[in-house]
Design a binder for this molecule. Sequence first.
Ligand code: ZN
Length: 847
Amino acid sequence: MKRFLSLLIILSPLLAVAQADYYYPTAKSLNKNIPTPQEFLGYPIGSHHTRHDKIVEYFKLLDQLSDRFTVEEIGKTIGHRIQLVAKITSPANHGKLEAIRKRNLEGGTDIPLVIQLGYNVHGNEPSSSEAALMTAYYLAASDDAETLKWLDEMVILLDPVYNPDGRDRHSHWANMHKGSPLVSDPLDREHNEAWPGGRTNHYWFDLNRDWFLGVHPESRNRIKFFHQWRPYVMTDHHEMGTSSSFYFDPGKYSSNNPVVPAFLYDVVHPKFAEYFSKGMNSIGSMYFTEEAFDKLYPGYGSSYVNFYGGIGFLFEQASSRGHLQETTTIPISFGFTIRNQFTASLATIRGSMGEKELLRKLRQNFYSSAMSQAKASPIKGYVFGDAKDASRTNAFINLLLMHQIEVYELGQSVSLNGKAFEKGKSYIVPTEQTNYIMVRSAFEKDIVYRDSTFYDASTWSLVHAFNMPHAEVKTPVSKGNLIKETPLTSTPPITKSSYAYVADLSDYQAHKAIQQLQANDVIVRSSMRSFVMNINGSERTFPHGSLVISVQQQKIDGDKLFEALKKVNQSTGMEFVSVETGLTSKGIDLGSGSIRTVNVPKILMPIGAGVAAAEAGEVWHLLDQRIGLPIAKVDLLNFSRVNFSNYNVIVMVSGAYPTDKPTIDKIKSWVQAGGTLITFKTACEWAIKQGIVKEKLVAIDTVKNQKRIDFENAADTEGAKQIGGAIFQVDLDITNPIGFGYSDRKVSVYRNGRTFLKPSKIPYNTVAQYTPTPLVGGYIHKTDIKNVANSAAIIYSTDGAGRVILFSDNPNFRGTWYGTNKLFLNALFFGSMISAPSNFGGEGDQE
Ligand SMILES: [Zn+2]
């Protein structure tokens, strides 16, 4: 349907010709009824950063004007920005689009080839979305025979902005600092974004790691759309260092994922490289391949599709980061970067058209190889489930279902490797299933890699991230129903008590429940010791940390308390047991001094330049999205001016923090007055060096008699010594408030840093300690394994009425480590229950 355009600003035709000559010099016939991006926006592409809402408007306009275009809104970001995908194909194909989609999912080859172009997952790599505008325009306007053939024989899905919130953050920065004339000095503010920059999404997460983890709505919406369409090709356009050139696949051979059939890397990547190089040669742009970039991790936009019978392509363009910036040769302009991305986009379409048969073969090979691998595997399935924590188990199932992994109920209760798996609370993932390659990626921890230099994590076994009790089965286990939707946590409804309510902390929703109760003015107490009570005729153990909510010792009356508990029970699935007596059958009674009031956390987190934005964002996201607890994010510039007494918890993630005496003294006296300071990774080193705690770091073994190595091998040798990210086992003191709610002392943790804490001299202050042979999965250099083994993972150190809690690692890694972020939440809520040994008798029972 064509409509008359009255709103368009028609710019100088000369400028329009210049743009056409620059971006698509070979285009012969362009439909004048389709406005160019320049005509629509009112400025030439490359002269300004286009706002996300204008991109959305342009795509919606193309939807109206062109019968080659349909635009689908697939969801919204955290910042309420629209996520859309354009489906671009011939008018005839548009008439049967739904039939094509379904046939494609069945594996049909008698239909147009489905491919997807994707842009700007990193918000401050903006050339890609501008190129998306150009690509969309070209596909809507070009009447060249080649374009018409593309449209007849392909369905091109085009997502112009993978990360709209980050894109706008960066675009605004670049536009608001743009000079006229342009300033190419790399030190100009235009080229140096303020912390945290525009790379990440609202919560400072890298969305180009989230394809596998699905923590954020942006990714969830995209992954859902992906599985509706299963394209054969996916592109992912990025930017890299200003003085670099352009990169396209194939990448570094050694970083190809060994689980993915090699045909993809050995045959299809090199074939497409011919098309990419031809495109770049034609405009005189320099490029490189094979030297860098990781294809291992399934959570990149350029790798996720590799696990579903398609092929991903990564493009990396040297960034102008701003409109014009000096380099070691000539200045690089925004327009130049856009042209390269646009050229790569058209080369992808051209390659897909030319290599249609190869792509069909890739998919066939992939699924037949997956099936034969599955049949040959000695592992017949993975059984999992935490009977005490339905919320965490369900969150894990939710993630598996997101990846279209088949999950079944367990047919009968079984005991495997000494672990009991209860029917109704445990599940099985059989290995013999279509998506076996993804099953391996989610469960295996020991995939063998060709290299020891990792761009990112070296293992991503989700089962460990969730600290999920699991077992491999080598013989078939009876399975029940196929799980179609994430199970809901069902708990018995609460009955009214006139005396007290008690609750076990094992469920992942416990902290959310506490937060909601506290927000309703309920005083919540927690037990330092376990106790046993007779509940409806049977003995039930309430482990360390169990909550005790007295009906009388409250600011609100019994009816209001019951209403609050009922609401929390419904919203969190948390079970509260009514009791009419304070007398237990074993252990402490409910009025014991060992039952202490749970802190209402008032949290401050210093942020800003020098602080690890990803770690800070993970804390913020966890508290916002999962707990509903506000946290004050205070810029380091204002840190020393803060009245600390307004807060009872300070969280310091990895970062470079103040070392001036007044600030250090202020922190020390705040701790002594009862504050809880929580530090992660390098912030622990800072606290130790500044004398805020009297703990020590492990003395690192220095390598003696090192062999001489050639210069060329320096980078790889040093790279192999980094801890890119691996999984380790710690022994957790589950009687310490930080270990509350855990029933197994052995916990998997994620380590990607080099902070090695020495166990405390005070024997009970080491809350978690790495086991003597701690490596669970992933790669670590042999010299570092000694540093990790037996070192401390969590230490507490009391000072006056307060305490410092040191985490050698980040317990909230990428928002996915459900297994350890509970330790952090415990530190926030229960940290104040930790006091010096002289107070161990309880709050008020000493003479
Ligand atoms: Zn990037």
